[in-house]
Ligand binder design. Structure first.
Ligand SMILES: [Zn+2]
Ligand SMILES: [Zn+2]
Length: 178
């Protein structure tokens, strides 16, 4: 995909985390929870020695387990998309990997979140200091060795360069001129 075909993101950056669990997975979680109650209280054969509190507890435990599975699937579907990973493949891994193994594999192997360059909308990995297409500065860097620095640093922690000598962009100077 060429960087010029990327459409600017329509949603704001702040409310992204709130919508990480899609509605379909919340509905699926509710349905599965109710279904587990049905299984434990209606479908399973009732024995005389079986106590009702145990039945309620088991129904609740299994219901919570399958419901959280559905929520996790929903999260992975959104999370994989914003990291530029194949969504269908990873959802399949999470379903097939029983006991949450698939999810563990996913969280170990997932790629950093992609953000967009404010200047040209190119997708940029979380740790990148500059845009790969237009050289837009994404985070404060040392003017001499170009390693990442904190905006409150006066000198580079890697090479000792006086950061005040750099022509920092105006948006970074706002924080440093206190
Ligand atoms: Zn750019
Ligand atoms: Zn440096």
């Amino acid at each position: 995909m060429s960087p010029w075909s990327v459409q600017p993101r329509t949603d704001g950056p702040g409310d992204e985390d709130l919508r990480m669990i899609p509605r379909w997975s919340m509905i699926l979680a509710t349905v599965l929870f109710i279904a587990m109650q049905y299984v434990f209280h209606v479908v399973m054969p009732h024995h005389k020695h079986e106590l009702l509190p145990l039945r309620i507890m088991m129904g609740y435990a299994w219901g919570t387990l399958v419901a959280s599975y559905a929520l996790m699937l929903g999260y992975v579907s959104r999370d994989a998309k914003r990291r530029g990973m194949p969504v269908g493949m990873w959802m399949l891994v999470c379903v097939v990997g029983t006991g949450g193994i698939g999810a563990v594999v996913y969280f170990m192997l997932r790629q950093p979140i992609l953000s967009r360059c404010p200047n040209c909308s190119t997708e940029i990995a979380a740790g990148d200091h500059f845009c790969s297409q237009c050289q837009f500065q994404m985070s404060p860097v040392c003017g001499l060795c170009h390693r990442g620095v904190k905006i409150t640093d006066v000198f580079c922690t890697q090479c000792g360069h006086d950061l005040a000598e750099d022509n920092a962009p105006a948006r970074l100077r706002v924080y440093s001129d206190q």
